[in-house]
Design a binder for this molecule. Sequence first.
Ligand code: HEC
Length: 169
Amino acid sequence: MIRHIIALIAAALTIWAILYMARLDMEVHRLQMIHDIIAKSKQEVKLSPKAAATPAPKPSKPAVSEESEAQKKLKVLKEKAGRLSAIEVSPLFRRTCSSCHGINAQGTQIAPPLVGKSKEYILQALHDFKSGKRKNYVMYGLLQHLSDEQLDQLATEISGFAQKLKAAQ
Ligand code: HEC
């Protein structure tokens, strides 16, 4: 009996998730269309000097506010979609590396990008930092807490980011 109820709830949740994603998709599409229409209407106004000379009965004001509203929504939805489709990273990478190197190892002002580097290169760098052969206090201190196995895992994972990012686009 309980099993049936759980199965039912799971099915309901799945359907809800699918419907939610479909709605999100439609919303993005609709906003994009509104945005395109507004962009087109703006162009027409610019192209005809006559219309600019005669003061039109304020069609610009609502259009502008509508546009910024639509753009805002579009931006939010795009960000949402971006987060949904961003590549998966391991908890270890997210916790220990992403704060400086970026969530997808794309690099930040603090640390260089790692994406696109080979596994061998990354692993060598990590061992050199850890042993102190390559001097960097930040990386040195950080890597003291990680095992060789974890370094290997990280090097493998990071060297796969470039391809994953490409596939996610
Ligand atoms: C507190 C900031 C910080 C964190 C956290 C951090 N790094 Fe770094 N990392 C740096 C800086 C700064 C450099 C550049 C050091 C240098 O080149 O001397 C660097 C360099 C590197 C390099 C060498 C890159 C190259 O082009 O030669 C690798 C590989 C690397 N980090 C991997 C990692 C990994 C894996 C983690 C997570 C375990 C990590 N880093 C966490 C700051 C950080």
